[in-house]
Design a protein around this ligand. Structure first.
Ligand code: AGP
Length: 585
């Protein structure tokens, strides 16, 4: 949820750290801070706000020193205040720490440290790390890191700078990656933190500690035993994380979908065959994900049942500790995740793995923790998704799901898949109707989205986009449930979006639209067929294969949420209170 970065090298650290934090800001963005080491001392500058704003106010990038650490925060323990911003220092200002994760036993540690005479400056759980390092620093940095990690419970990745100019990091259940450049080292929560400087990375494993001292790198585990990890070449193109001509990353990513769905459909023959074999031969199939990725899971379940005759059970990752508590050993769990770092999804995977299940993964970040623990993974190949709201990663997941299903049904969807790219291009090009609807809806307080069958997950996904980007109450409802309760909510000021392409669900959903309209609500139809019942019609292209409608239905909803966010002066790339990658429980 937070981004952390450390640098030790031949260049001035502060401008590099600020640049890295800007690139990783999507991970958390309520406060920013940097500590640098120079002339035998550690300096800290930190405050609330976004990277560029805090840098402007505090001139962070002008800080001296070629060694430093930096952080952007997504608050968990303690409010959004300057004092709670990282880095946190130990009492003697001889150590400063940045942390991502949650220290579960921080209260008892804080009590113990306070009794021992330590003074705390913040309300955070993270500050205990700095004080523990100080306590154990007598025998040097190595021992301090080992002893501190042994005392911490919870999940964490942290990087510390010490008064001798050493930087060190440790990871437990949160990602931490070392960037190896010609003129220095990075320790970062994300490859995007250093990709501009080097594409050579060392991925630390759970329970690893690293120390960069005198320009040399040392990695060992919590017992002090050296561990060796290969240097991996990271493939992503840096240009992908720039906004280019677009006002926001989210808008760029919505527009990119015409290309990303094509890329997601292209897979290595051998890997997709292995993936499909494991899936087809499993005794039981479970599919899990969080948020948007869970909506993909719902569509995957539908596709598997209809075309591959495979029955699967979907489990929201946050519910998996109950739903996956007892599964057969010859099961397969398909996990879906853009980031590959979502804590709830990692928990589901570990739970299933411990019971002997095989793990198949659909992921965008192929260097992620989930990719490293799965039995086989397929990449959505979307490139970095920076906007907090999932857009291109969702349609990428769907395109990949269609590809997998096509394999399993021996090519039954192959011809129809060719129509994707053109259909998406047409939807993206016809934004006028979405703009008109956005204008009508800009002050509305309640939006309901209705769909049946495969359109129901899109009703849920559209509602999620509207909530997170436009801060409006939005609810996805299975259209058949209307008369079982939600109809009571329909009145003059409600807006109802019907997901209603001309497929077997069309007639029933049109009947619902009449029932809603009769109660005075405004009805918006997203359909390839016009109907008089719609107050507003958002046209989508007609598709040969009805199971592919979700991919063209969701794009107008993404655009609507984006437009409504702008109308409310909300930043679509950085919705309030949210972070891109939810690595805490
Ligand atoms: C989607 O717009 C959200 N930002 C969120 O629901 C997201 O899909 C969820 O946190 C899962 O993330 P993942 O795909 O990276 O696991």
């Amino acid at each position: 949820m937070c981004s952390i970065i450390g640098y030790k090298g031949k260049n001035f650290a502060a401008p590099i750290l600020v640049d890295s934090l800007k690139k990783m800001e999507y991970r958390g963005y309520d406060s920013v801070g940097v500590a640098t080491f120079d002339n035998g001392g550690i300096m800290v500058r930190k405050g609330t706000g976004k990277v560029l704003e805090v840098n402007k106010n505090l001139a962070i990038s002008e800080m001296a020193g070629k060694i430093g650490i930096g952080h952007t925060r997504w608050a968990t323990h303690g409010g959004v205040t300057d004092k709670n911003a990282h880095p946190h220092s130990a009492c003697k200002n001889n150590i400063a720490v940045v942390h991502n994760g949650i220290i579960e036993n921080y209260k008892e540690l804080k009590e113990e440290l306070t009794v021992a005479g330590h003074t705390f400056a913040s309300e955070t759980d993270s500050e205990v790390i700095a004080h523990l390092l100080e306590v154990h620093h007598g025998k040097g940095v190595r021992d301090a890191m080992i002893q501190t990690c042994k005392r911490l419970k919870g999940n964490y990745a942290f990087v510390a700078v010490f008064q001798d100019g050493t930087i060190a990091g440790a990871r437990y259940e949160e990602p931490l990656i070392i960037g190896v450049a010609n003129d220095g080292y990075f320790i970062s929560s994300d490859v995007l933190g250093f990709l501009q400087y080097t594409d050579k990375a060392v991925f630390l494993e759970n329970g690893d500690i690293c120390i960069v001292d005198n320009s040399k790198l040392e990695v060992f585990n919590f017992e002090g035993t050296p561990v060796a990890h290969p240097i991996t070449q990271v493939a992503w193109e840096l240009g992908d994380i720039e906004k280019g001509k677009y006002a926001h990353h989210t808008l760029k990513e919505i527009n990119e979908q015409k290309i990303t769905v094509v890329h997601a459909g292209r897979q290595d023959e051998e890997i997709i065959s292995k993936f499909c074999d494991l899936l087809a031969n499993a005794k039981s199939v479970y599919i899990t994900g969080s948020g948007t990725s869970y909506h993909s899971a719902l569509i995957f379940k539908y596709m598997l049942a209809k075309f591959a005759k495979i029955r699967a059970e979907t489990v929201m990752s946050s519910e998996s500790q109950y739903a996956l508590a007892s599964i057969e050993g010859d099961s397969v769990l398909v996990a879906i995740s853009q980031s590959g770092e979502t804590a709830d999804v990692l928990d589901s995977v570990k739970l299933a793995k411990n019971q002997g299940a095989k793990i198949l993964l659909i992921v965008n970040v192929t260097t992620s923790s989930l990719a490293r623990i799965s039995d086989a993974f397929l990449s959505t190949n979307c490139g970095p998704e920076i906007g907090v709201a999932a857009t291109k990663s969702f349609t990428g997941q769907l395109a990949l799901i269609y590809n997998i299903t096509d394999r399993l049904c021996k090519g039954c969807l192959a011809t129809a898949r060719a129509e994707f790219a053109v259909a998406i291009e047409n939807v993206i090009a016809s934004q006028a109707s979405v703009m008109r609807v956005a204008e009508q809806m800009k002050d509305c307080t309640d939006i309901y989205l209705l769909g049946r069958s495969i359109h129901y997950p899109i009703a849920l996904e559209g509602a999620l986009k509207l909530k997170e980007l436009a801060y409006v109450h939005a609810e996805g409802i299975a259209a058949g449930e209307l008369k079982h309760g939600p109809l009571a909510l329909m009145e003059k000021n409600t807006f109802v979006i019907m997901l209603n392409p001309h497929d077997p669900t069309f007639g029933d959903t049109i009947s619902n639209a009449h029932e809603i309209k009769a109660r005075g609500a405004t009805v918006i139809g997203i359909s390839d067929r016009k109907d008089d019942v719609y107050d507003h019609w958002i046209e989508i292209p007609q598709l040969k294969e009805e199971s592919f409608y979700p991919i063209v239905e969701v794009i107008p909803l993404q655009m609507l949420a984006y437009q409504l966010a702008l109308a409310k002066n909300a930043d679509p790339d950085y919705p309030r209170n949210l972070a891109k990658s939810v690595t805490v429980r």
